[in-house]
Design a protein around this ligand. Structure first.
Ligand code: FEO
Length: 137
């Protein structure tokens, strides 16, 4: 999976989350296409920083919703753990690249894309259904 385009089929049903998912998907695709085009490392590092900041804000948005229903949301702990995984496993290699330790490979970017695709299509979608039951859209 090199890239995927966010579309309506990936909506979780909460406007703020859907807008952020679309933007985050665009950032991941931008990184992929920039890398494949041979874009300068300094420019790639800017996109990586942008992705990192955006992902943190996005996860905070979801976790604010989770905290409203902490005692009722059955995947509270596992969902937050997956968000932490994103930084410890998925973006770690990107920061090593930014710091000059190693290279990005297409396989790494595939992994990043797949992680993101599976996350929003899996646990985030289930979270959206949970929030819909609580009247949040
Ligand atoms: Fe949209 Fe759970 O990240």
């Amino acid at each position: 999976m090199a890239t995927f385009d966010w579309d309506a089929s990936m909506r979780v049903g909460v406007c703020a989350i859907d807008e952020q998912h679309a933007h985050m998907t665009n950032l991941i695709n931008k990184l992929y296409y920039s890398f494949m085009d041979g874009t300068d490392k300094a420019i790639l590092a800017e996109t990586i920083d942008e992705l990192d900041v955006y992902a943190k804000n996005h996860f905070l948005t979801e976790e604010k919703y989770m905290n409203q229903f902490r005692d009722q949301y059955p995947e509270y702990g596992s969902h937050i753990a997956l968000h932490r995984d994103f930084f410890s496993k998925v973006t770690d290699f990107l920061f090593k690249f930014s710091d000059g330790e190693g290279d990005i490979t297409p396989e790494m970017l595939d992994y990043l894309t797949e992680w993101w695709f599976n996350h929003i299509g899996g646990i985030d979608k289930r979270f959206g259904m949970f929030l819909a039951d609580k009247g949040i859209a």
